[in-house]
Write a protein that binds this ligand. Structure first.
Ligand SMILES: [Zn+2]
Length: 289
């Protein structure tokens, strides 16, 4: 599943490719799962809108949209004035929110390119290209919003004080707390394990038991791991590709994740794997306390 660094990479790739382009029309597939907003709402929010930017919020890709495309039915000046007076003007901005789920991909391609199997949405762009959402397993979600705000704090923006507040007094294992998207958004299994290793903290420790020295260490580790992974272009553990549809990600060398029974890179002790709240957790029993 793409985590924060991958989504950040994809969002940046999309931003550089489609910002300024106009969505002329939208096609949506018949499978209901990927649509978190009603199909008619998605179409209404996207069509004839200019993409003013693309960014990441948690693990969501957010397309900022505003009127300015070729309106399908231009509103005469007079009636526009009337509707403004009635205080019911159409919203001029919207966001298209894409969650990639397990296997979702956003492709920017020529309209002439054959439509892949499992394509659930196609946005035709004024530039002659298309923005396509492909997702074989259909855990991805498409929705639209006006003023989207995700729960939780951005791990790369939160300050140390707030970070400490988020975890203080929590009885759950620190690993589960890191995965709780209502606290920090975007940290998934891989980067949680890697951050805990770098901070020398066992995943099963209760969040509340972390000391005044450990919390700042964990804070620094999370930032370090995420920034390294973003710099590398996100890791590519599952079958997922960048905004161009090309597999082009380098993988951050995992120090514990997926390395069960392999020697710790620091002390050579075999890495252990335990299951916490249904998720695999990897740690070094010697380096992590
Ligand atoms: Zn070790």
């Amino acid at each position: 599943m793409p985590e924060l660094p991958e989504v950040e990479t994809i969002a940046r790739g999309l931003a550089s490719r489609v910002t300024g382009d106009v969505i002329e029309s939208v096609w949506l597939g018949s499978k209901p799962e990927p649509l978190k907003s009603a199909a008619s709402e998605i179409v209404a929010a996207l069509e004839a809108k200019r993409i003013t930017g693309v960014h990441r919020v948690g693990k969501h890709i957010v397309f900022d949209l505003e009127n300015g495309g070729r309106a399908s039915s231009p509103v005469p000046t007079q009636s526009r004035r009337k509707s403004a007076k009635a205080r019911g003007p159409l919203p001029t901005t919207a966001q298209w929110i894409v969650h990639l789920g397990m296997t979702g991909r956003m492709l920017v391609c020529k309209a002439t390119q054959a439509i892949e199997k499992h394509t659930h949405a196609v946005a035709k762009l004024a530039s002659g290209r298309e923005l396509r959402f492909v997702d074989p397993r259909r855990f991805g979600r498409l929705s639209v919003a006006h003023g989207f705000a995700a729960a939780g704090s951005e791990p790369l923006e939160v300050d140390l004080h707030l970070f400490v507040e988020l975890f203080r007094g929590r009885k759950t294992p620190i690993k589960s707390a890191l995965l709780n998207q209502k606290l920090l958004r975007g940290v998934g299994n891989i980067y949680a394990d890697e951050s805990l290793f770098r901070a020398g903290i066992r995943p099963r420790r209760r969040a509340a038991s972390l000391t005044r020295k450990e919390l700042p260490r964990l804070y620094a580790s999370i930032q370090e791991v995420l920034k390294e992974a973003i710099a590398l272009g996100g890791s590519s553990v599952s079958d997922y590709v960048d905004a161009d549809g090309e597999e082009g990600f380098f993988q951050l060398q995992h120090r514990v994740y997926g390395r069960e029974r392999e020697p710790c890179l620091i002390c050579k002790t075999p890495i252990k794997r335990v299951v916490i709240a249904g998720r695999s957790s990897h740690y070094c029993p010697r380096c992590q306390k």
